[in-house]
Every structure is written in C-alpha cells, then in structure tokens.
Ligand binder design. Structure first.
Ligand code: GDP
Length: 297
C-alpha cells in the first residue's frame, strides 16, 4: 500500500515521545533526525526534506512543544500542518475557459497514464457538469494509443477525433479543434505522445501543439511509482511547457510516496488529481490535508 513505510516510520519516530512527560530539545532533535531519514527513504526530494525538517524543527523546539504536556501530539500537529503546506494547502480546481471550449492538453512520459487519465477526466466532466467533451488522439507514436483512446471513448460514450498515425500531430490537433468548435463541444482533451524519456523532438512537438491549441490547462501526468524520477520528469516538462497542473497516477500501487510530497515544492505547480486505479472512476481530486492525514496514518 502507498506510504506504508513512511507512515510506520513517522509513527515510530514520534511515538517515542509519547512515553515522556516532558521533552527536551535533544529529544526533539532525535525525532527530527528520524523524520528526516524516513522522508529521504521514501524518495522525497532532498531539498524538500531539508526545508521541511528545518521548519518543523524550528517550530518544535519552541514553547508549543517543549512546554506542552502532550509533546507527541503537538509534534504530530506541526508535522501535519507542514505536510499540508508542502503539498499546496488547498485543492486546486481545473482551469476553465470563459468561452467554450476549455482545452486540456495531457502531457507526460509513455506509460505514465496519460491516455487513461484523459478518459477518466472526460468521464468526470460528463458526470459532474453534464459536459460534452471531445478527445483528440494526437499520440501517433505509441502503437495502439489511438485505438486505446477510441476504446475508452466508446466505453464512455465520448467522441474521439483521430486521423490514424501517419499524420502530423499538430495537424490532427488543428482539425480536431475545428471539429470541436463546429460541434460546440465544451471541453477538448488532447492526448499527446510521450517517450520513454524527455527528448528534444518530443518537446518541440508539444510546444507546437501548445501554441496552436492555446490550452487552458496543461496537465502533466506522472507515475508516482517512479519516485525521485517523477520529480525530475515534472521539472523537465515544466521548464519547457510551463504546465498548469499535475496528475499523480498509480497512487493505488506500492509507491513510497515521495513524489506526492515533492512535486509542488520543486515545480511550484499544484497536483490537481490523483489516479488510484485502472478503472475510469479511479480519479480523485487531490486534497493536501487528506493526503497529509493519509501519510501520518
Ligand atoms: P500513457 O502511455 O501515458 O498514455 O499511459 P496509459 O494511459 O496507457 O497507462 C499505462 C498503464 O498504466 C495502463 O495499463 C493503465 O491502465 C495504467 N494506469 C494508469 N493510471 C493508473 C492508476 O492510477 N493506477 C493504476 N494501478 N494503473 C494506472
């Protein structure tokens, strides 16, 4: 289960204080050392850990904890509050265009879950807002990506615009956007190509699609299972495309969870949704406070 190791280690570290009536500054330092190790071993970005530990330590050696009769609870409270801060405080809603269509461009590495998430989003918009999304199949490199999107479209009863795999993706997006305008779709979700790693050609193509489609939302899909790498990938895409939000997928898996804690702090961009399964319903709004509670167990 996600975060299992982290939760257990945080609980153990803080638990040691529970046996003490009052704690000293050196007790707090010892706990902070363990929290630091727990975070690092859960793949939280080094700099994020450093800043986090510093903030919590400063607060924890203050009167709030040292003079408290329940120091362990106080530390839990501080850690919880700071976790929420690191993850961005509040849930961040999807951007919406003042005039239709709102354009959402999905980007990310191959296998991160872009195509699946495009479908999940379309379903969410349909169910919640009675929206009429159009999905555009612009991933022409991964064999089967177009078919995969078409299958998802059929399952959800959402139209998919495609031109096979031999046409320039920028052209596909152009024609897809024209169709959406003609049919008055209120959302357009563009599924773009990924690669196994970031390369220049991919980025050029994505920049061209961005210029053409002027998306209201560029959602970067990253796989939580890839740990530190997820954060590097997020930084790479953000540098080139200035993404507007992140979808962290596969949080149902056995991830150590570092990406959830690092992405916001490293990129400055909010995690908007989390993927927690392969089914079309398995997409949830990301709430920093709920995630903090889940991490603390
Ligand atoms: P793409 O190459 O980025 O378009 O990736 P896909 O959408 O094809 O997803 C790759 C694999 O990850 C597929 O088998 C998906 O079913 C799976 N997947 C996507 N999101 C999630 C998730 O949140 N949880 C789990 N367990 N699997 C996911």
């Amino acid at each position: 289960m996600a975060f299992e190791g982290l939760t257990e280690r945080l609980q153990n570290a803080i638990g040691k204080l529970r046996r003490k009536g009052k704690v000293s500054e050196s007790d707090v330092k010892e706990v902070m050392r363990e929290i630091r190790l727990a975070l690092l071993e859960s793949d939280v970005n080094f700099k994020v850990v450093k800043d986090f530990v510093k903030t919590v330590r400063t607060r924890a050696v203050g009167a709030e904890v040292l003079e408290s009769l329940t120091p362990a609870q106080q530390i839990v409270k501080i850690v919880n509050e700071e976790l929420v801060k690191v993850m961005g405080e509040e849930a961040t809603p999807l951007n919406k265009s003042p005039k239709i269509p709102t354009v959402i461009m999905m980007v990310g590495l191959q296998g991160a879950g872009k195509t699946t998430t495009a479908g999940k989003l379309a379903k969410r918009l349909k169910d919640e807002q009675n929206a009429r999304p159009l999905m555009i199949a612009a991933d022409v490199y991964r064999p089967a990506a177009v078919d995969q999107l078409k299958t998802i479209g059929r399952e959800l009863d959402v139209p998919v615009f495609e031109m096979g795999t031999d046409v320039d993706p920028v052209q596909i997006v152009k024609q897809g956007m024209e169709l959406a305008k003609e049919k008055k779709n209120d959302y357009v979700i563009i599924d773009t190509a990924g690669r196994l790693q970031i390369d220049e050609r991919l980025m050029d193509e994505l920049v061209n699609i961005k210029e053409l489609a002027q998306p209201n939302e560029i959602l970067l899909t990253v796989d939580a299972m890839t740990g530190q790498n997820a954060v590097e990938v997020a930084q790479g895409f953000n540098d080139q495309l200035d993404v507007t939000g992140v979808v962290l997928t596969k949080l149902d898996g056995d991830t150590r969870g570092g990406a959830a804690l690092s992405i916001r702090a490293v990129t400055g961009k909010p995690i908007k949704f989390i993927g927690q399964g392969e089914k079309m319903t398995a997409l949830d709004v990301f709430y920093p406070d709920r995630m903090a509670s889940r991490i603390l167990g």
